[in-house]
Design a protein around this ligand. Structure first.
Ligand SMILES: NC(=O)C1=CN([C@@H]2O[C@H](COP(=O)(O)OP(=O)(O)OC[C@H]3O[C@@H](n4cnc5c(N)ncnc54)[C@H](O)[C@@H]3O)[C@@H](O)[C@H]2O)C=CC1
Ligand SMILES: CC(=O)[C@H](N)C(=O)O
Length: 343
């Protein structure tokens, strides 16, 4: 099977690898669509993300969906022909975190495209059947692949308890910020504000339904939010840029008693925050790491037409053109590139 392997920074090699056989509890999936995530691009450019270092050739891609072509002997809920989205993180199912239901915090997780685990820029993936979610007819495999970033958005909104009538401020209008926008709307937010430093990203966010956008390089965010919320502040602030000034700004724009959800990964682990302000204003600050139990919700939202994920796709490329696709994905105005396989 054709497989794109990252052999060194900025270089994929297309290899012919043996097609895997599904284990007893697995499905073998012919991959159809795989999104290019910012983390894939980071591994491509730098060969590492923090402590995760690409030491051996690695297959990237963790936003994937395709068609089941074979099932293991114990698999009863999937059959060949099913189209499925693959949840990329499979936990150990035994540790304290898994047992308490926080399987996304499992320290033994096998997460696609995170060294040393291979991902989905390949023709076939064998994957545990219970982490493969059937897509109804109305949901395309490209949408199935984007259940992954949508899941990040759903989980962030759950962490922030986003509810009906809320004003949600999202910092960063990249794919994750835009998926938080979708999830926040689906959760009942009536007012959504997005920030960025790139005008094109903000124009796009407006086209996708943001009520207010703020370019923080030109406009004072505190003043804009104060004006929009009659001086109250946002009920929930979701930080989805990873930029230090943006992380710091979250506590200035959240309302007293409101919630800040940190999703964006800062390049520096330490970001100074005024803790007295947090205490005085009784602000809840939550980290948000990947997701748990979101795929069913993501598929349902897509099937019901409650969210749009396909609209963020700027281009689709073939596996053979993956180097070009990654270079295109690095352009600052590009939101989402996809690799599509016909098999
Ligand atoms: N916690 C988690 O589970 C996950 C975290 N992430 C992180 O979330 C962040 C967002 O992911 P993507 O949307 O894929 O990244 P991205 O890099 O495509 O988007 C970030 C956006 O933030 C904008 N930005 C930069 N500086 C800003 C500032 N000062 N204020 C406002 N916006 C600013 C950029 O122009 C860009 O549009 C990244 O840090 C990523 O690593 C991504 C997936 C899961
Ligand atoms: C940080 C990422 O972008 C990635 N989706 C991950 O969860 O590791």
């Amino acid at each position: 099977m054709r497989t794109a392997v990252l052999v060194e920074p900025n270089e994929f090699e297309l290899e012919d690898r043996p097609r895997p056989s599904p284990g007893p509890d697995d499905v073998l999936v012919a991959v159809r669509d795989v999104g290019i995530c910012g983390s894939d691009v980071h591994y491509y450019e730098h060969g590492r993300i923090g402590d995760y270092v690409v030491e051996d050739p690695l297959v990237l891609g963790h936003e994937s969906a395709g068609e089941v072509v074979e099932v293991g002997e114990n698999v009863t809920h999937h059959e060949p022909g099913d189209r499925v989205a693959l949840e990329p993180g499979v936990p150990c199912r035994r540790c304290a975190h898994c047992k308490r239901g926080d399987y996304h915090l499992c320290e033994e997780v096998t997460f696609m495209a995170t060294p040393p685990h291979d991902g989905a820029f390949t023709e076939y993936v064998s994957w545990p059947a219970d982490f493969a979610y059937t897509l109804p007819e109305a949901v395309s495999t490209a949408e199935g692949a984007l259940c992954e970033p949508l899941s990040v958005g759903i989980h962030a909104c759950r962490r922030g308890s986003v509810g009906t009538g809320d004003t949600v401020l999202i910092t960063g209008a990249g794919p994750i910020g835009l998926m938080v926008l979708e999830a926040a709307r689906a959760a009942g937010a009536t007012d959504v504000i997005l920030t960025d430093v790139v005008d094109e990203k903000l124009t796009f966010a407006e086209e996708r339904g943001a009520d207010l956008t703020v370019n923080v390089t030109e406009t004072d965010l505190d003043a804009a939010v104060a004006e929009y919320t009659d001086g109250v502040g946002a009920d929930v602030v979701v930080e989805a840029s990873g930029a230090e000034p943006s992380i710091k700004s979250t506590i200035d724009v959240v309302r007293r008693g409101g919630t800040v959800v940190l999703v964006g990964l800062a390049s520096e682990a330490e970001v100074p925050i005024d803790v007295l302000e947090l205490i005085d204003n009784e602000v809840d600050v939550h980290g948000s790491f990947r997701y748990k139990n979101t795929y069913d919700a993501a598929v349902d939202l897509l099937a019901d037409g409650e969210v749009d994920v396909e609209g963020i796709i700027d281009f689709e490329s073939e596996l053979e053109d993956i180097d070009d696709a990654f270079r295109r994905a690095m352009e600052p105005t590009v939101v989402k590139g996809m690799i599509s396989l016909d098999s």
